[in-house]
Design a binder for this molecule. Structure first.
Ligand code: ATR
Length: 282
C-alpha cells in the first residue's frame, strides 16, 4: 500500500475504497477521490494498492474480507476484474474489462466507466457533442475496446477504428456488430476520409512514435484527443498541430470523469470535476 488518505475528521469509521494496479505508485486516483470527498463532504478512505501481476484475485478477496466497498481497477487487471465479478454490468461485459467494482455484501458488481468518462470529458470540457459527427479511434487494444460502446451511444454519424494491425480493428467490428456499426481497417484505408474527432488510443502517446496519418484526415475545426495525460504534447498531438489543428486534448479529463462515475455509483453523490481537473493540471 503506497498511499493512505483519511478524508475527513469524522469519528465513525470511513468506508474504504482503493485503486489496484501494477504499477500504482504514481496513480492520481487517491488525489482525485480526496478532492471529490472534500467537495461533497463525504467521509471515505481511499488507498492505492499495488498487486503483483499474478495476485489480483487474492488482493480482491482480501479487500472484500476487510470490508472494502469499492475498487478502481487499472492496468493490467481490468480483464480479470470483469471475469471475477459476480455481477458484470453491460458496460463491462461489452468491453470485456472492468475499471470499477462495487462490493455489495458478497456480490461484486463490475462496470467500465472509461468510455463514459471519455465522452463526458469531450462534451463538458471540450465543447464537442458527438451526435451526427464523424469520429475515428486510432488503435484496437483494450483502451479502444473500452471506449467504443460509449462513443457509439453518443450517436456519431460515423464511428471508425483504424489500427496498425488491420485485422484487430476488424475483430472489434465483428465483436460489436450486434450492438452498433463500426467502420474498421488499417491506416492505409483512411486515405480520402476526414473526421471531426480523432482519438489516439494507441500506446504511441507514451513513446516518441508518430502515426501514418494521411493528408486531410482532420476536418476543419476537428478535435485531436490523445488518451494519455501528463506527457505534454504527444507525437499524435504534434502531428495534428503540424497540419493546422488547434483543438488538442489529453486524457486527464477522461481520467477525472471516469473517477466521478465511480464516486457517484459508490456514494450516490455526483462530484464536481472542472476544479479537480484544474487542480491536477496546476
Ligand atoms: P491498451 O490496452 O492501452 O489499448 P494494447 O492492448 O497493448 O494497449 O494496444 C496497444 C495499441 O497501440 C494497439 O492498437 C497497437 O497496434 P497493434 O495492434 O498493431 O500492435 C497500437 N500501437 C502500439 N505501438 C504502435 C505504433 N508504433 N504505431 C501504431 N500503433 C501502435
Amino acid at each position: 500500500m503506497v498511499d493512505n488518505v483519511a478524508m475527513s475528521p469524522n469519528t465513525t469509521p470511513a468506508d474504504r475504497y482503493a485503486v489496484v494496479g501494477h504499477p500504482i505508485a504514481h496513480s492520481k486516483s487517491p488525489t482525485i477521490h480526496r478532492l471529490f470527498a472534500q467537495a461533497t463532504g463525504q467521509h471515505i478512505e481511499y488507498n492505492a494498492i499495488e498487486s503483483a501481476p499474478d495476485a489480483f484475485a487474492d488482493t480482491l478477496i482480501r479487500f472484500v474480507a476487510q470490508g472494502g466497498k469499492g475498487l478502481n481497477v487499472t492496468l493490467p487487471f481490468k480483464v480479470e476484474a470483469c471475469e471475477l465479478a459476480t455481477d458484470p454490468m453491460p458496460s463491462a461485459v461489452l468491453a470485456g474489462a472492468a475499471n470499477c467494482l462495487a462490493i455489495r455484501g458478497d456480490r461484486i458488481e463490475a462496470h467500465n466507466f472509461d468510455g463514459k468518462g471519455l465522452v463526458t470529458d469531450i462534451a463538458q470540457h471540450h465543447d464537442t457533442l458527438l451526435r451526427g459527427r464523424r469520429v475515428l479511434v486510432l488503435g484496437a487494444g483494450g483502451a479502444t475496446r473500452g471506449a467504443l460502446p460509449a462513443l457509439a451511444d453518443a450517436g456519431p454519424a460515423v464511428l471508425a477504428v483504424a489500427n496498425r494491425t488491420a485485422d484487430k480493428a476488424r475483430d472489434l467490428q465483428i465483436h460489436f456488430a450486434p450492438h452498433f456499426a463500426l467502420q474498421a481497417g488499417g491506416f492505409e484505408d483512411l486515405a480520402g476520409e476526414s473526421f471531426d474527432l480523432i482519438i489516439n488510443a494507441t500506446s504511441t502517446g507514451l513513446s516518441d512514435q508518430g502515426l501514418p496519418l494521411p493528408p486531410g484526415l482532420f476536418a476543419p475545426g476537428a478535435l485531436a484527443y490523445d488518451m494519455v495525460y501528463g506527457k505534454g504534447l504527444t507525437p499524435f498531438m504534434r502531428q495534428a498541430q503540424e497540419v493546422g489543428v488547434t483543438r488538442l486534448a489529453d486524457g486527464l479529463g477522461m481520467l477525472v470523469e471516469q473517477a466521478a462515475e465511480a464516486f457517484a455509483l459508490w456514494r450516490g453523490v455526483r462530484p464536481p470535476t472542472a476544479d479537480v481537473i484544474r487542480a491536477l493540471r496546476g
